[in-house]
Design a protein around this ligand. Sequence first.
Ligand code: DAK
Length: 268
Amino acid sequence: MLEIILKSLFMINMIKVTNNYQEHIALIELNRPNELNALNLQLMQELRDALKALDQDDAVRVIILTGNKKAFAAGADIKEMSGKKSVDMLKIDQFSTWDQIKKTKKPLIAAVSGFALGGGCELAMTCDMIIASESAMFGQPEIKIGVMPGAGGTQRLTRALGKARAMEMVLTGRFMTAKEALEAGLVNKVVPEEIYMQETVRLAKEIAAMSPLATVLAKEAVNRAHEVHLEEGLHFERKNFYLLFSSEDQKEGMQAFIEKRKPRFKGK
Ligand code: DAK
């Protein structure tokens, strides 16, 4: 499947972006293999910029984020962080970069193989869905280097696993296998390492075939479930639902159903 992905768009230092306009899918690969894709400032800035650009590109409907077979990402770059003081960390304001990733409107699927640790685990959890290879290992080992999760780990892991299991992972730094992550509901699917990318592309294609407007509004509504009270979330969902009735895609989707044919969605 990946062979058909047209290699193009742009090649940046620490990430690689590939667009398949035909399928409306973009692939971002973290590209620091010698450092197990440790997330340094440059990589995070490139990632933020790429996501922003792809989010604004009408030809792209789904974004896949991946690393390589050995590592999705082994966390924030410890060598870059080690000498920093609190004031330096505040000034660098890494939070703004992470916030931008969270703001991505289009569906974001993480294809995870190997290590997804610390900031790497947090980055995967910031995505909307995770497809894992059997070799994937998830963990928040910051405690072992004298700190704690700083990019959402204590919150997202706790929501995903419940307090007891999240607490154990955060306080011991122990890793979780792909199988455990599946059982805990952290990942959508676990497949053999040889096919985790194909499986992710398959899921991305399935979603990219839907109305892009409905996809964006539905993602936004699902995310609200974690952020607001039920009543407010239901109100938000209904507003987005009504909004879709001003789109051509809604007319096309319903007409296609009535005419027993496949819809042709345009994102209008
Ligand atoms: N940073 C820098 N380099 C790393 C790294 C990391 N996180 N992880 C691995 N590397 C480097 C190693 O130093 C080594 O480099 P060389 O020695 O060859 O120069 C190379 O990658 C290969 O690693 P190993 O030789 O260690 O490989 P092994 O297979 O033996 O071990 C490992 C793999 C993943 C178990 C091990 O490398 C490891 O424990 N890595 C560190 C994992 C970790 O502690 N991660 C959490 C880091 S703290 C925030 C945003 C994010 C964060 C915080 C705040 N804000 C928005 C405020 C996140 C914090 C973190 O992630």
